[in-house]
Design a protein around this ligand. Structure first.
Ligand SMILES: Cc1cc2nc3c(=O)[nH]c(=O)nc-3n(C[C@H](O)[C@H](O)[C@H](O)COP(=O)(O)O)c2cc1C
Ligand code: SF4
Ligand code: SF4
Length: 272
């Protein structure tokens, strides 16, 4: 990737060279405008830092898309207090309305999520969205079937946990998928295992963005365990081939909403 700099606008401030993560932009001098160092185009990851930080709007990344750039939110529009309050107000949701979240809303959430950071701006995280509530229910049922086997086998490392799950299920509590109408699963390429961090970060963005749309979420390790221990449950979803399933998350409109922010531990920090 390379850059175009408008000579009428460029003040030669040097910011673009400083913010480029790979230091590949040669600063301007009397002879030339800032430019990607010769032969270094291939190193550019299209992160857009140079374009985003240029104070004069002089620099454009030449990536063929020529999309209009949205201005960033101004300092102070969201105060630290407001953002902190918003983040602290998020809770895992375990009771859901059966009203479905429209696909357009899910797409709007994912449109925000695509701005989550990724190593080397690789943007390789992909999504499997289980929109059909019957399929989510089926996953819960198959997971309980597996727990029933584990509970009955007696010698499984999961038998006491499995017994608890089965007892609760038999009393009518969906302790697996919590009656959620939808599930979203982040997944990565088998040959790119290091992008697992990107997939967790992206799912965290999903959870936070969803809240702003009135959509509640819950990470669901119980289903991840089932996917890992009983692969037929995952196969039922016919996941895309050649991918590693990273984490499933339940979502839907909350039936009950929290009124208070619960207590949490204070951070343990080692200063040097
Ligand atoms: C990796 C991970 C796995 C989780 N798995 C489950 C799960 O299987 N079932 C569930 O009900 N909640 C699950 N949770 C939600 C946690 O229990 C919850 O985040 C924690 O108790 C704090 O509550 P809060 O999210 O309301 O702040 C999981 C959370 C994380 C981060
Ligand atoms: S897009 Fe990123 S990597 Fe490419 S030149 Fe600009 S700042 Fe550097
Ligand atoms: S940041 Fe913008 S104004 Fe400053 S040197 Fe680079 S292109 Fe020119």
């Amino acid at each position: 990737m390379t850059i175009n700099v408008d000579s009428n606008l460029c003040s030669q401030c040097g910011v673009c060279s400083k913010v480029c993560p790979y230091g590949i932009i040669d600063p301007a001098n009397e002879m030339q405008l800032p430019r990607v160092h010769e032969g270094m185009d291939a190193i550019c990851v299209s992160c857009g830092q140079c374009e985003a930080f240029c104070p004069s709007g002089a620099l454009m990344l030449v990536d063929g898309s020529n999309k209009a750039q949205e201005s960033v939110i101004q300092k102070g529009v969201i105060s630290p207090e407001n953002l902190g309050h918003f983040l602290k107000s998020r809770r895992s949701i375990r009771t859901y309305k059966q009203t479905q979240v429209p696909r357009t809303t899910i797409e709007s959430i994912l449109d925000i999520v695509r701005y989550a950071p990724s190593g080397g701006n690789s943007q390789l995280v992909e999504w499997l969205v289980i929109h059909d509530p019957h399929v989510v229910r089926e996953i819960a049922e198959r997971t309980i079937d597996w727990h029933r086997e584990m509970a009955n086998s007696g010698n499984s490392m999961f038998s006491s946990y499995s017994s608890l799950m089965v007892d609760a299920w038999d009393k009518g509590n969906d302790v697996i998928c919590r009656g959620a109408p939808h599930m979203i699963i982040s997944h990565i390429a088998e040959d790119k295992p290091l992008t697992i961090s990107d997939a967790i970060i992206a799912l965290t963005y999903f959870e936070i963005a969803a809240q702003a749309f009135g959509v509640g979420t819950c990470w669901v390790g119980a289903v991840l365990l089932a996917f890992q221990e009983q692969p037929s449950i995952l196969e039922y979803l016919n996941p895309p081939k050649g991918r590693i399933i990273v984490f499933p998350m339940l979502f839907g409109y909350p039936q009950h909403t929290p009124q208070l922010i619960p207590r949490r531990n204070f951070p343990h920090v080692t200063w040097r």
